[in-house]
Design a protein around this ligand. Structure first.
Ligand code: SAM
Length: 197
């Protein structure tokens, strides 16, 4: 599901940059470490800042990234143009990824799976495209946040069949990930790193 105008403004603001840099990146590094020289995929890349963070802080050598929103893809392409062949960005859907099986060392989800109606398919796709030993880094908004009356009024998210912390952790494990790290903040948002064994 695409973002409404308030969420789009928030996602393109310095506030999102700061939380992504100092909360998501630091938590991911503490849980799962870097992916030196890795070939990495980011699902739902938004304006492309996540791709820069992956290159600058995780040691990736190449990042592929996609987003469902053509406007976000255009912003990301503009931001990342100077990276040349190190980056590829396209419009796509996290639930159905036309990508080769076992082709990435890491997959990143900076807060997009809660926008995907068939969210289990996005988890399954991340698992499929990872090589054995590859890592899935996720930051997610959980059902109590999505379904809170304030956020329901201000933001636009799918409401049916959302996941809480336990449901996401269970889904990751059932999909075949070993959890290297799991951290929830007041049951509202959570970070996970899973390894494909
Ligand atoms: C909350 S924003 C996060 C953007 C970026 N990852 C960040 O952290 O700033 C969610 C992003 O997911 C994208 N999105 C929503 N549903 C999607 C889907 N099914 N497949 C790919 N991207 C999707 C939206 O267009 C939006 O850019």
């Amino acid at each position: 599901m695409l973002l409404n105008s308030l969420e789009k403004t928030l996602m393109n603001s310095p506030l999102r940059w700061a939380t992504q840099r100092y909360m998501d990146v630091e938590t991911f590094l503490a849980m799962g470490g870097k992916t030196p020289g890795g070939r990495v995929l980011e699902m739902g890349c938004g304006n492309g800042r996540g791709v820069e963070l992956i290159l600058n802080h995780f040691g990736a050598s190449h990042v592929d990234a996609f987003d469902m929103d053509a406007g976000m893809v255009a912003l990301a392409k503009k931001r990342l143009a100077r990276r040349g062949q190190q980056v590829a960005v396209w419009q796509g859907d996290a639930a159905v990824m036309p990508l080769a099986t076992a082709s990435y060392d890491a997959v990143f989800d900076f807060g997009i799976i809660h926008h995907v109606v068939p969210w289990r398919m996005a988890v399954a796709e991340a698992h499929r495209v990872l090589k054995t030993g590859g890592k899935f880094y996720l930051f997610e908004l959980l059902a109590p946040f999505i379904q809170h009356p304030l956020w329901r009024t201000l933001l636009e998210h799918p409401q049916e069949d959302r996941f809480d912390d336990s449901q996401m952790a269970k889904q990751l494990q059932e999909q075949g990930f070993t959890l290297l790290g799991r951290r929830s903040l007041l049951g509202q948002v959570a970070w996970y790193v899973g390894r494909k064994d």
